[in-house]
Design a protein around this ligand. Structure first.
Ligand code: NAD
Ligand code: LMR
Length: 355
């Protein structure tokens, strides 16, 4: 007998990530080629017609694994019985808006959707928050859905992780599938720390550390570059990038670079990375490989407990575990702390918006 369908909620499904993501889920990219799915697509009333158009296209595509579609603007209907919730819906920052304005709108969305998920989702529902500020939205969702286990609430930093693998592959001219164990620490923002210190590449003579294969320290980070960015601003960054192509800055600024090029934020890579995140969480990470996920900090690596912070994790039997015991050098320590400080500030800002 075939498997029971899994109900997958995508909020913001009429938006651009939603449009890239729902066909991937319906094709089995997220949960495997033998796992039927029922898609729940939630958006807000102004997007109802577009949402219905996406539903029509899903029907037209005749996906064999797709056993049903719920397209709704009713949060209770959207959340009822879902096993996996991918939270993409949110309010984008518009011209003239301050960070606090957008934070205020999004944290109140995540507060109310937390309650709907808590009351109506299936027991043990796994949640992935994609909408920005992703870590802090996930934290608010966790705090206002106290009966959902904290291990079930995560945010997307897999896109940054995949960007790091992509940059290493380009630099070394190797297949991206031969690169593994990069790490994204911290916030899905420009303070994130993309760390190659433990990353390796499969070569004909065995696995080699990336650090051994790229001897040029300036590729990872250029201290002078950072100082000049602080002193002279972003134009220095653009200009120096042409000269060096520093790894850390490139990964940290990749979202902004995509927006500049597309006039829209990343969508296909975000959707694909969301599928990677859920697939590895549910089906497990390959032996000897870790991935980056934004998860509730338990104080590992002296990251303050109580933040949603991106760590290296392995997954087995539907549970993630933070990889322990990795060496952290002095430079890395500073970067881990810097991004934690930003998350602590975001948390305070989010709470001030809710009070
Ligand atoms: P978009 O504006 O195209 O789509 C957002 C959708 O959310 C819209 O259809 C909107 O109507 C809907 N929405 C707004 N409020 C809602 C609510 N209360 N309930 C349900 N739906 C609601 O944006 P997008 O390009 O799809 O990006 C979505 C979010 O993902 C943004 O916040 C973006 O910054 C973020 N993002 C995160 C990552 C990551 O790696 N974490 C990467 C790319 C984009
Ligand atoms: C990304 O990393 O591509 C996005 O989070 C960028 C953004 O600001 O939406």
């Amino acid at each position: 007998m075939g498997k029971e369908p899994v109900r997958v909620l995508v909020t913001g499904a009429a938006g651009q990530i939603g449009y890239a993501l729902v066909p991937m889920i319906a094709r089995g990219v997220m949960l495997g080629p033998d796992q039927p799915v029922i898609l729940h697509m939630l958006d807000i009333p102004p997007a109802a017609e577009a949402l219905n158009g996406v539903k029509m296209e899903l029907v037209d595509a005749a996906f064999p694994l797709l056993k049903g579609v719920v397209a709704t603007t009713d949060v209770v209907e959207g959340c009822t019985g879902v096993n996996i919730a991918i939270m993409v819906g949110g309010f984008p920052r518009k011209e003239g808006m301050e960070r606090k304005d957008v934070m205020s709108k999004n944290v109140s969305i995540y507060k109310s959707q937390a309650s709907a998920l808590e009351k109506h989702a299936a027991a043990n529902c796994k949640v992935l928050v994609v909408a920005n500020p992703a870590n802090t939205n996930a934290l608010i969702l966790k705090e206002f859905a106290p009966s959902i286990p904290e291990k079930n609430i995560t945010c997307l930093t897999r896109l940054d992780h995949n960007r790091a693998l992509g940059q290493i592959s380009e630099r070394l001219n190797v297949q991206v599938s031969d690169v593994k164990n990069a790490i994204i620490w911290g916030n899905h923002s420009s303070t994130q720390y993309p760390d190659v210190n433990h990353a390796t590449v499969k070569t004909p003579s065995g696995e080699k550390p990336v650090r051994e294969l790229v001897a040029d320290d300036a590729w990872y980070e250029n201290g002078l570059l950072l100082i000049s960015i602080i002193l002279f601003g972003l134009s220095t960054l653009k200009c120096s990038h042409k000269l060096h192509g520093e790894f850390i800055a490139t990964v940290q600024q990749r979202g902004a670079a995509i927006i500049k090029a597309r006039k829209l934020s990343s969508a296909l890579s975000a959707a694909s990375s969301a599928c990677d995140h859920i697939r590895d969480w549910v089906l497990g990470t390959p032996e000897g490989t870790w991935v980056s996920m934004g998860v509730y900090s338990d104080g590992s690596y002296n990251v303050p407990a109580g933040l949603i912070y991106s760590f290296p994790v392995t997954c087995r039997n539907g549970e993630w575990t933070i990889v322990q015991g990795l060496s952290i050098d002095e430079l890395s320590r500073k970067k881990l702390d810097l991004t934690a400080e930003e998350l602590t500030e975001e948390k305070a800002l989010a709470y001030s918006c809710l009070s």
